[in-house]
Design a protein around this ligand. Structure first.
Ligand code: PMT
Length: 344
């Protein structure tokens, strides 16, 4: 055993080969949602995450701090257990990592359920922006490594925020790689968070696979190119729409914010409203792939409202999340007050 106690989700589960005894996973209908959890094995590390999350929630609940679950990054669908090929969903993790920072700045504790090796709060400023973190460094005259003068001013601000979050135990990092790991972990965290009811907020920025390959059909080893006459025909099942389970059953009292990503501006609001009607939660934030860093649309049961950066704000490098998060927090506060009036 190494001393590294962190969970790593990018390591494939090589122990499980194709299991012909597993019943065939049925096509997803609303009533079949629970089949997913019945017919698939939970990730082996889930109990460790359960302990960490329960401890984190307890700690902050005692201090009457609100907790947000931020999901971030894209989920994968492996085509083999010893995974060489997989299908991926687009997301660098920018939205999630940046949003997490603004939640922390506004007094929330954050459970950050993220695609392993995607962007993280604070380190995102440096991890993917240059070829190498060493680009931020320079050698002083007396042979010491220092931060380059041009980055000092900004880096000290980020460093202070990062240290504050760390020393106050405000940020819990929970990784996933596959859609399977994501769904099991989301369910677990949602159930743990349901203990704090309306003080919990779900901010679901992850890009979740719409299709998956049931465990009963995943081969153990790399698919050979000479199989099936050189063609690879992949027959995927729809991933059950777990947002409805989250809203109705896993966390019925908490506020839930989902995202809708589209590339065609003419259907964005319609699709966002469709999601709201389908799942009956509080807020869908719509964004377009092309303009997601500059504008988003808040769609609620009552209204739709664009939140945009001005040209000066874009030029000054302001994050759109610095506008999004205070708005979301206001809505969360109203939702808490409403639930309290209802005695929840
Ligand atoms: O990280 P960046 O590069 O900055 O990109 C950020 C983003 C564009 C990916 C992000 O802002 C965003 O829009 N995320 C949601 C993308 C999307 O449309 O996801 P989706 O269609 O897979 O899911 C929509 C919502 O339903 C999500 O909030 C998801 O949590 C939920 N869902 C999806 C599938 C499923 N089986 N169950 C779910 O609950």
């Amino acid at each position: 055993m190494s001393g590294d106690k962190r969970v790593h989700t990018s390591v494939p589960d090589t122990e499980t080969a194709i299991d012909r005894n597993l019943p065939e996973f049925p096509a997803a209908k609303p009533i079949d949602e629970d089949n997913y959890f019945r017919l698939h094995k939970p990730p082996p590390y889930l109990s460790q995450i359960s302990r960490d999350v329960a401890e984190f929630i307890n700690y902050h609940h005692l201090q009457k701090r609100k907790i947000v679950l931020v999901t971030s990054g894209g989920t994968t669908v492996p085509l083999e257990n010893n995974t060489v090929r997989f299908i991926d969903n687009f997301s660098a993790g920018t939205r999630g990592a940046t949003s997490a920072e603004y939640f922390l700045e506004n007094g929330y504790a954050v459970v950050f359920l993220h695609r392993e090796f995607s962007l993280l709060p604070y380190s995102r400023h440096y991890s993917h922006t240059t070829n190498c973190f060493l680009d931020y460094m320079t050698e002083s005259k007396d042979g010491k490594v220092e931060v380059n003068a041009e980055f000092q001013k900004e880096m000290i601000v980020v460093l202070r925020k990062y240290r504050y979050a760390q020393s106050n135990n405000l940020l819990l990092l929970v990784p996933f790689t596959t859609v399977h790991q994501y769904l099991f972990t989301l369910k677990l965290i949602a159930q743990e968070l349901s203990v704090i009811g309306s003080d919990a907020l779900f901010y679901l920025a992850a890009a979740v696979s719409d299709f998956f390959l049931p465990s009963s059909r995943v081969p153990e080893h790399k698919i050979q190119s000479q199989e099936s006459g050189g063609k690879l025909v992949v027959d995927l099942e729809p991933v059950p729409k777990f947002l409805s389970r989250l809203v109705d059953s896993w966390a019925p009292i908490s506020m839930i914010v989902s995202f809708k990503l589209e590339t065609d501006s003419s259907i964005l609001i319609k699709k966002a409203r469709g999601a709201l009607e389908r799942y009956n939660h509080q807020l869908v934030i719509g964004n377009l792939l092309q303009s997601r860093k500059y504008e988003v649309v808040f769609v609620t049961q009552e209204s739709e409202r664009w939140v945009r950066l001005s040209q000066e704000q874009v030029d000054a490098g302001i994050d759109i999340e610095s506008l999004i998060i205070p708005e979301v927090i206001k809505l969360h506060q109203s939702s808490i007050e409403e639930k309290k009036k209802m005695g929840l």
